[in-house]
Design a protein around this ligand. Structure first.
Ligand SMILES: [Zn+2]
Length: 266
């Protein structure tokens, strides 16, 4: 599960160390890590590695921690859920169709539900293994969660003030979100609250969160087991190449994604 961010360039995309994060935004507009430079040293090209794809993604959102039920966070929950209600049936997903392969046609998805999970509370510093443990535990005991299918993608949102540690680095220090899998069976994204300038990128919290969520969504669809789907050894996944370049789809801020066909971020 380790992701050495500073050594991301040229990393062999073995499962476990493939790049699957949203790197921090820098005021220069160049992300600090994750090989997502404004002008990549090696021209981006995603190559398919024969792994699974999420062809009709079913997103379930989990807002972990009691703080999501308080103050302005309540509106943020609504915003993120409305984002998924809309975006999974939008042109953002349609543009991923170029990454369809025989027998795996990438189409639109749907938002299957949401859960507020106040207890057990996430720790002040929450590790990726704690997130995996929570997910597996809730899937086992909580009927509010859908059972995982080959298209299920759980999005876990951490509340303000909670730091997420994954692969030897931390949110707001090296990343603003990531996606991963548990044994190739459970696909998930972990989204820390954008509580630092490196993870707002000059946007408000709501727009920053939909931007980073769109990054992880498109990466999870095209590379659900990091490094085994569409991946570029030099530049990472589809969203890494275009980190912090945003556009609007409908009323929502999303990130641009790399297009092999157009040879640019679209
Ligand atoms: Zn990424």
């Amino acid at each position: 599960m380790s992701t050495q961010l500073s050594s991301g360039k040229g990393v062999v995309p073995a499962h476990g160390d493939a790049i699957r994060i949203v790197p921090l935004f820098e005021t220069s507009g160049t992300p600090t890590v994750g090989a997502a430079k404004a002008a990549p040293a090696v021209a981006p090209l995603l190559i398919y590695r024969n792994g699974p794809l999420l062809t009709a993604v079913e997103v379930f959102t989990i807002f972990w921690g009691a703080a999501w039920q308080q103050g302005p966070n309540v509106a943020l929950v609504t915003h993120v859920n409305q984002f998924f209600d809309f975006i999974l049936g939008s042109p953002l997903i349609d543009q991923l169709a170029e990454y369809s392969v025989p027998g795996k046609a990438i189409g639109r998805g749907r938002h299957t539900g949401t859960l507020l999970l106040p207890t057990p509370a996430p720790k002040h510093t929450t590790t990726d293994s704690a997130i995996q443990h929570m997910l597996q535990h809730e899937i086992a005991i909580n009927s509010a969660l859908p059972q995982p299918t080959p298209n299920t993608l759980y999005f876990v949102y951490l509340p303000p003030g909670v730091r997420v540690v994954q692969g030897g680095s931390a949110s707001c220090q090296a990343f603003c979100g990531y996606h991963s899998d548990i044994s190739g069976q459970i696909f998930y994204a972990a989204m820390p609250y954008p509580g630092c300038s490196g993870c707002t990128g000059g946007l408000n919290a709501a727009d920053a969160l939909t931007s980073t969520s769109s990054h992880e969504l498109c990466e999870a669809i095209t590379d659900p087991i990091p490094g085994q789907g569409w991946y570029d050894d030099h530049n990472g996944e589809i969203g890494d190449i275009c980190a912090w370049k945003t556009k609007h789809v409908g009323a929502f801020t999303v990130q641009l994604e790399w297009s092999n066909k157009a040879h640019k971020c679209i």
